[in-house]
Design a protein around this ligand. Structure first.
Ligand code: GDP
Ligand code: IMO
Ligand code: MG
Length: 427
């Protein structure tokens, strides 16, 4: 039995897609367990680049199974577009299974997401506008529409009518926008239902069969631990649980099934959207990281905020997700700096803080305390073994290990599959 949960250890976009694709070679099944098409996971194979939003990043292998678990919120139009585009580009791909318990993103969710953001003004969260928050709100309010409802035309009609009655009140009375038409949505979603029906199943049961047969399963987190609803920088978070624990609830497995948790962290830090970010660089160094790392959002195209590596949040992520191994990505982007900085602690009102503070008011006022390390000038992108990295690059990774107390088992030095240095194998 080998199940690995892969999680983003910062604020998302750490390179989870690339690593999931890489690790899928040795896995049998890949499972997405939370989030929706707010995610944008990039996989590069040769000259081809794939941007996946809902489909697990193991999809490019034709002999694997990819699962969209119950914890995901699913926009059917986006999913079908992704399926069609992949079939066109690569022909046969991995088998896809969709949980009948996943919740469906409806047009009113997208609309409400955007209207809520507008109404927040300066206090906006900077969401992706994909309807993620409102869809999870309906799920917890116990009014949401599940995939199993969508594929049952009668049940769907009833649930849509009930939902729309309430949503139209909010749209017209609170946001003063026109109501949405029932018939239009019903017909549109019926066509999606017909196309999706063959993929829908009890995915928890399918996963359990793989677990019992001791096959290898990779759980692909979306977003990052600092965007977790409970453990992230609330309220500047997403509405799901990107932490490793989210894999249990979002896939329908128990914690005893999980052997390893791989935390994916960039060699520096980025964040999209609003919210505190102690090591953010708003100067030319930040611009350089953005340029060299091509830090523009996969989903919304927004420029990502960039800063130095923050070992306080990496240590915290290690704690709340039980990370057993780190994968450090984009080390190649740090080539060319004279000196590099790592945040080792925060300063708050003259005091040194070593742990991520519980109060977001305090976190927003924390100043990073840096340690400087020598940089390196060499291009890393063609290196084949960790031991062949410049001494300063190896020392940088070793310092990350010391500061987090967690081994760095994988280092990546470029977007392609081959640009991956394995120090300890996971499967
Ligand atoms: P995800 O959301 O965690 O899957 O990450 P994204 O795909 O949104 O963003 C990561 C970006 O970095 C993508 O464009 C990847 O192709 C790219 N990438 C991944 N690993 C590396 C690496 O080691 N070096 C460089 N230069 N780019 C990388
Ligand atoms: P991947 O999986 C980076 C951020 C948004 C916003 C906050 C809430 O590619 O790493 P939401 O639309 O989820 O309600 O937005 O979360 N966010 C991400 N940032 N990578 C992502 O996904 C993200 N998904 C959501 O920018 O700040
Ligand atoms: Mg991304």
């Amino acid at each position: 039995m080998a199940a690995v949960v892969l999680v983003g250890a910062q604020w998302g976009d750490e390179g989870k897609g690339k690593l999931t694709d890489y690790l899928t070679e040795k896995a049998d099944m890949v499972v997405r367990y939370q989030g929706g098409n707010n995610a944008g996971h990039t996989v590069v194979v040769g000259t081809e680049e794939y941007k996946l939003h809902l489909i697990p990043s193991g999809i490019l292998y034709d002999n694997k199974v990819c699962v969209i678990g119950n914890g995901v919120v699913l926009d059917p139009a986006i999913l079908l577009e992704e399926i069609h585009s992949l079939t066109q580009r690569i022909g046969k791909h991995a088998r896809l299974l969709i949980s009948s318990n996943a919740h469906v993103i409806m047009p009113y969710h997208r609309l409400l997401d955007q209207l809520q953001e507008q109404s927040l003004g300066e206090a906006k969260i900077g969401t992706t506008g994909r309807g993620i928050g409102p869809a999870y709100m309906d799920k917890t309010a116990r009014t949401g529409i599940r995939v199993s409802d969508l594929i049952d035309p009668e049940l769907f009609a009833e649930k849509l009518k009930n939902n729309l009655a309430g949503k139209n009140l909010v749209l017209t009375k609170i946001f003063a926008v026109p109501p949405l038409e029932y018939e239009e949505i019903y017909q549109e979603y019926l066509t999606y239902a017909d196309e999706l029906r063959p993929f829908v199943t009890d995915t928890s049961l399918e996963i359990s069969k793989y677990i019992r047969a001791e096959r290898r399963i990779l759980f692909e987190g979306a977003q990052g631990i600092l965007l977790d609803l409970d453990h992230g920088t609330y309220p500047y978070v997403t509405s799901s649980h990107p932490t490793a624990g989210g894999a249990c609830v979002g896939a329908g497995i128990g914690p005893s099934c999980i052997q390893r948790v791989l935390g994916v962290a960039k060699a520096y830090t980025t964040r999209v959207g609003e919210g505190p970010f102690p090591t953010e660089l708003t100067d030319e160094v930040g611009d350089l990281l953005r340029r060299n790392g091509r830090e523009f959002g996969t989903t919304t195209g927004r420029a990502r905020r960039c800063g130095w590596f923050d070992s306080v949040i990496a240590r915290y992520s290690g704690r709340v997700s039980g990370i057993s191994d780190f994968a450090v990505t984009k080390l190649d982007v740090l080539s060319g700096f004279e000196r590099l900085k790592i945040c080792v602690a925060y300063q708050y009102q003259g005091e040194r803080i070593e742990e991520f503070p519980q109060s977001q008011k305090i976190f927003a006022q924390c100043e990073p305390m840096y340690e400087e390390l020598p940089g390196w000038q060499e291009d890393l992108t063609q290196i084949q073994r960790f031991e062949d990295l410049p001494v300063a690059a190896q020392a940088y990774i070793q310092r990350m290990e010391e500061l987090t107390g967690i081994p760095v088992s994988i280092v990546t030095i470029g977007p392609e599959r081959e640009q991956t240095l394995i120090r300890h194998s996971l499967f």
